[in-house]
Design a protein around this ligand. Structure first.
Ligand SMILES: *Cc1c(COP(=O)(O)O)cnc(C)c1O
Length: 849
């Protein structure tokens, strides 16, 4: 029988316990151990039963128990103290409140996924976890961020295994009424909604759910509402599923609808409008189109001026060098959704298509590229590690053809992780006790070897217990009978060197590299004195059969009775499992195909839990491996045959385990402590501890991107006069550019060049209708290769010395010859304007001949 109506019956908390409700709806509990302990005290057995989900806890606790607690002065005191602590956390001045007045009044942060806690399954992997950590660190620092995302009614998927080891996917319904979310409501308490126009006169409407991530509001758009037709209702069905068209609809809702949700939130709560909009990967890029539309239709700007203003206040972060990770839509699909009867007056479809067009060498004219649009709609862009910044500059260099790769305006900020979320409470306590003295350095020197080592043993044991339970559940799901599962009680061992490998399963991460030589791996696992055990987890994208085959290969190996007590695959990797896994592992293994791992963050979490990284030098590890804080697997990059490359890298990995890792781990003294291993842990904590934190990352975003973006958008904002004049100037420069050129260059004549000399140059240039103030004339110089190509060119400005009329001028400059060897130079003209973010911004440069 089906019910005709569905109601949510909520627990009514007795008045003395009302504060518990606030503690549940603010997600600070997810990284605040004392609040979790308070929840546990409500009913310890039930707390475990409901999987540490406080909403379910309060939903299922008996009224008798609540009445008992409401009369317990000790419990009430604890509730009050925890609630006061939260109120302080939410209101006291923090780092940002000391920042100068140039910092933005608000920042809107858009992401297709957010990984905040295991009870909000709205993420698939690293991108979402990073977004969650970004919001949490922003909250800790007092940064006024508003998060914007979608609420997927089936989240990502729940992973299990078939008997044969094939990945199975389940999509349980996520009911927002059972989540720590509240509806955003208008003052008259009607639910707030936003709409996005669709072709054919239809509309897509979404409700707005609000999660409180400490001080940071997170707005989640939800299309499952009665006002929508059946098709529109399905838009927020699941994360990263469905057709291209479905994906486009999700991204329209996220980008366009997201801006409208931010406007509604600010209006209802009286929050200042964000001055900066940050798009975490290209998926939310349509937010720029909506901001342009607002300025044209509501403020009367021209399209060009609106584009300038939008660009100035937008930050774009690219997250992957893997082409498949970049969203590309057929041009006609974008045309159908943003053109025709759904076109908006202020935003001609031709302009939109131009923004995402791959109109560069090697581009595909039939494709609309979200990353390309992201770069064109944001004056500031970055990759997520130093190496990834470099790789991204190469990848997108086609957009700036007149410039050297190094000059491509994409910088980098290396990712970080939110320590209170990821560090085991036992370690946090150890570290806090010692940190009270003064910083990481002291923390890692004053804690004794014994304390570190016994804590690590404890955490390894917890991992082993948890892994056995997961293994048992997995085997039961695979159809094994209880009688077959006795071996699980002895699977894994809390005193054996424990290696972790858990992450999504795209091919570049090479889940199965360790299986390259199965006998050698077996020998490692079964070594009589120095055995190794490996815990593995990871989900393959539901449409990725290649990834599922890798999982199956891994599972089959781990099913072998000879090794199954030493190597396990745990299904359904997620935040909850990750929080057990990192602290329990001694070594965190990462073997991606360099340079496809843009940053990688799981190794950072392992490091903060006194785990040692053993990794290919890719992403963050390329930057911060220092020779003694872990191990690097030498990359065989450049070996063209992928099989041969895998062989070389796998062999190097086995050798490290055999010759360095295992011998050091088992080299214990009379007190049973491996001193040299603990020494490496200490060094890992001191060298990486402060750097891998998300607070360091968010401070860099504020200082390097958010503040400069706010400053330049304010400069354009005096009645938008600045934006209009910058747009006019750009148009004038683009029109004049064919007349701009370097006519000829003279240098001081010397016969021999010696190091230490200065070369004086005169450049005779034509500027057409432009003035010397509109341009930078530069000497571009540096070492040259055999083809006279400048390697690592540097640019030095020249100064105007004479004007001859008709736009012809002479510029003078100098180059200091500060190194020996083949050297070359050229002269280049680029546009210059005080409001222009970067010399390469227009992509225009004039060179001799
Ligand atoms: C940290 C984390 C990731 C990201 O791991 P990478 O090493 O960056 O791939 C993915 N999933 C979960 C659950 C995580 O905690």
């Amino acid at each position: 029988m089906r019910a005709i109506r569905r109601l949510m019956v909520r627990t009514v908390l007795p008045e003395p316990l009302a504060a518990l409700g606030d503690l549940v709806t603010n997600l600070r509990w997810s990284w605040h151990q004392p609040t979790q302990e308070l929840f546990s005290a409500v009913d310890p057995g039930l707390w475990d039963e409901v999987g540490h989900d406080p909403v379910r806890l309060l939903g299922e606790v008996t009224p008798e128990r609540l009445a008992e607690l409401a009369a317990d002065p000790a419990f009430l005191g604890l509730v009050r103290a925890t609630h006061d602590d939260l109120q302080n956390y939410l209101t006291e001045a923090r780092w940002y409140q000391d920042a100068d007045g140039r910092a933005p009044a608000g920042i809107a942060y858009f992401s297709p996924e957010f990984g905040i806690t295991h009870v909000l399954p709205q993420y698939s992997g690293g991108l979402g976890i990073l977004a969650g950590d970004h919001l949490k660190a922003a909250s800790d620092l007092g940064v006024p961020i508003i998060g914007v995302g979608l609420l997927y009614r089936h989240g990502y998927f729940v992973q299990s295994l078939s008997r044969e080891g094939w990945q199975q996917e389940r999509y349980p319904v996520v009911d927002p009424d059972n989540l720590p979310l509240v509806r955003l409501r208008e003052q008259d308490s009607r639910p707030a909604q936003i709409t996005v126009g669709m072709p054919g006169g239809r509309t897509l409407t979404a409700a707005i759910w609000l999660a409180h991530v400490g001080r940071v509001p997170l707005l989640l758009l939800d299309s499952y509402i009665e006002d929508n037709g059946p098709a529109e209702r399905e838009v927020t069905d699941r994360l990263y599923g469905g057709s291209r068209e479905h994906r486009l609809l999700q991204e329209m809702l996220l980008g366009v609808g997201g801006v409208r949700a931010v406007r509604a939130y600010c209006r209802i709560t009286g929050t200042p409008a964000p001055e900066v909009f940050h798009t975490n990967e290209g998926h939310a890029g349509f937010l720029g189109l909506e901001r342009i539309r607002e300025l044209v239709e509501e403020r009367g700007l021209t399209y060009e001026a609106a584009l300038e203003f939008t660009r100035a206040g937008t930050v774009f972060t690219t997250h992957t060098p893997v082409p498949a990770g970049i969203d590309r839509f057929p041009v006609d699909l974008v045309q159908r959704y943003f053109g025709g009867d759904n076109a908006s007056g202020g935003l001609p479809i031709e302009q939109i298509l131009a923004l995402g067009g791959e109109d560069y060498e090697g581009g595909d004219p039939a494709v609309f590229n979200m990353a390309v649009m992201g770069l064109r709609l944001a004056a500031r862009a970055n990759g997520v590690s130093t190496l990834h910044g470099e790789v991204s500059r190469g990848m997108f260099a086609g957009l700036w053809p007149s410039f050297d790769e190094r000059e491509v305006p994409i910088g980098s900020i290396t990712n970080g992780v939110h320590a209170p979320t990821w560090v085991a409470p036992e370690f946090l306590r150890l570290e806090e006790k010692a940190i009270a003295g003064g910083g990481w350095k002291s923390a890692t020197t004053t804690v004794s070897d014994r304390d570190i080592w016994t804590t690590k043993r404890q955490l390894r044991e917890r991992l082993v217990d948890g892994a056995r339970a997961r293994l048992r559940a997995s085997w039961e799901g695979r159809g094994a009978s209880e009688a077959e599962l006795g071996w699980i009680d002895d699977a894994l061992d809390p005193d054996i060197l424990t290696v972790g490998f858990a992450r999504r399963v795209p091919s570049y991460k090479r889940l199965t590299l360790m299986l390259r030589d199965p006998d050698r791996l077996k020998a490692l696992l079964l070594h009589p004195e120095r055995p190794v055990q490996i815990v593995i987890a990871g989900k393959a994208h539901p449409a990725d059969d290649g990834g599922k085959r890798l999982i199956q290969e891994m599972v089959r190996f781990a099913d072998d009775p000879e090794v199954r007590h030493r190597i396990v695959f745990l299904p359904d990797y997620g935040i909850g499992m990750a929080q057990e896994l990192y602290p329990g592992c001694d070594v965190w293994l990462n073997n991606p195909l360099r340079p496809y791992e843009a940053c990688g963050t799981s190794g950072m979490k392992a490091a903060l839990n006194a785990g040692l990284n053993l990794s290919i030098r890719d992403g963050w590890w390329d930057e911060w491996f220092d020779g003694t804080n872990g191990w690097d697997i030498p990359s065989a990059e450049g070996v063209a045959d992928p099989d041969h490359r895998d062989d070389l890298e796998a062999t190097a990995m086995y050798e490290l385990f055999e010759n360095e890792v295992a011998p050091r781990f088992y080299d214990v003294d009379a007190d049973d402590i491996p001193r040299r291993w603990v020494e490496m842990l200490r060094h890992t904590l001191t060298s990486l501890g402060p750097r891998v934190q998300a607070t360091r990352m968010v401070r860099e975003y504020v200082d390097q991107l958010y503040r400069p973006a706010a400053v330049s958008s304010r400069a354009l904002n005096a009645d938008f006069h600045g934006a209009a004049s910058l747009a006019d100037w750009k148009e004038r420069v683009r029109e004049a550019w064919p007349q701009v050129g370097v006519d000829h260059v003279e240098s001081t004549t010397v016969d021999t060049f010696e190091r230490g000399q200065t070369l004086r140059l005169h450049a005779f240039v034509s500027l057409g209708p432009l003035t010397p103030g509109d341009v930078d004339v530069q000497v571009v110089h540096g070492p040259v290769d055999d083809n006279d190509t400048l390697r690592e060119p540097a640019a030095t400005a020249m100064a105007v010395s004479e004007e001859y009329g008709d736009g012809r001028c002479r510029f003078d400059g100098e180059v200091h010859l500060d190194r020996t060897g083949a050297f070359g130079y050229t002269v280049r003209i680029v546009p210059r304007h005080e409001l222009l973010g970067d010399g390469a911004e227009l992509g225009l440069a004039a060179l001799p001949g």
